[in-house]
Write a new protein. Structure first.
Lengths: 115, 113
C-alpha cells in the first residue's frame, strides 16, 4: 500500500460534527477513488475524481457527503453532520490509467467512529 | 443487489495444501476481474487479475480461473502458507470506463501451520 497516503488513520466525531478525510494519491496518479467499508461488508464505491473534476459520484449519499480533488493538495472527503451509521472504514485508491484494466492502489484507510 | 458474490465468509486450510476461493458475478458487462488481499487495519493489496478474454492467469503460487459461461471465478493458492491468512476480496469492473470496481464481501482465509 506504499504510495497512497490517507490521514488521519483514526477519526472520532460526535454526532452532528463534520469529518474531513484526506488522501494523497501515488506519485504521478491523477485519478482518485473513494470507497467505504461497513463492518462485515465489502468495499462500496463512492466517488471517482480527477484533478478539479468529479467524474462519477454515483455511490455518494445524496446529502451530507461531498468530495473534491483540487489542483493542488490532497483529495478531501467531507461528511457533514455525521451520524452513527457513518462509522466505517473509508479507503482511498488511485490509478495511473483508468479504463485499461489496471489495478487500483489503495491507502490504509481512515477509520471513522461516530459517538 | 449484489453483483459480485463471495458465498463463503471463511475458509480454513492446512499449510502446504491448496486454498480455493470462489466468486460469482451477475453483471455480464464485467470484463475484467481482480483479487485483493487485505490484512487487518490495512488497505486492500492487489494480488492478481484476469481479463475476460482469458480463462486462466497465473502468478507464482496464485492462479485465477474464469468461467464466463458460469459467471464464476476462483483463486487458487498452492501451496498455502500461514502468511496467506487474510481476507480476500474479489472485484470486477468494465474496461474503457472509470475503473469503478465492484467488490464482493470477502472470504477470510486462515492457513494453519
Amino acid at each position: 500500500n506504499a504510495g497512497v497516503m490517507q490521514n488521519p488513520r483514526h477519526l472520532v466525531r460526535r454526532r452532528g460534527q463534520e469529518a474531513r478525510l484526506r488522501c494523497s494519491p501515488m506519485k504521478g496518479h491523477s485519478h482518485v477513488y473513494w470507497y467505504r467499508q461497513l463492518p462485515e461488508e465489502g468495499l462500496k464505491f463512492m466517488v471517482y475524481l480527477q484533478k478539479e473534476n468529479i467524474i462519477d459520484e454515483s455511490g455518494m449519499p445524496k446529502e451530507r457527503f461531498s468530495a473534491e480533488f483540487p489542483k493542488e493538495g490532497p483529495s478531501i472527503l467531507r461528511i457533514q453532520q455525521v451520524v452513527r451509521g457513518d462509522s466505517a472504514a473509508y479507503f482511498c485508491a488511485s490509478s495511473l490509467s483508468p479504463g485499461q484494466g489496471a489495478p487500483l492502489h489503495f491507502g490504509n484507510g481512515t477509520r471513522l467512529t461516530v459517538t | 443487489d449484489q453483483q459480485v458474490k463471495q458465498n463463503s465468509p471463511s475458509l480454513s486450510v492446512q499449510e502446504g495444501r491448496i486454498s480455493i476461493l470462489n466468486c460469482d458475478y451477475t453483471n455480464s458487462m464485467f470484463d475484467y476481474f481482480l483479487w485483493y488481499k487485505k490484512y487487518p487495519a490495512e488497505g486492500p493489496t492487489f494480488l492478481i487479475s484476469i481479463s475476460s478474454i482469458k480463462d486462466k492467469n497465473e502468478d507464482g503460487r496464485f492462479t485465477v480461473f474464469l468461467n464466463k459461461s458460469a459467471k464464476h471465478l476462483s483463486l487458487h493458492i498452492v501451496p498455502s502458507q500461514p502468511g496467506d491468512s487474510a481476507v480476500y476480496f474479489c472485484a470486477a469492473g468494465v474496461q474503457g470506463g472509470s475503473e469503478k470496481l465492484v467488490f464482493g464481501k470477502g472470504t477470510k482465509l486462515t492457513v494453519n501451520p
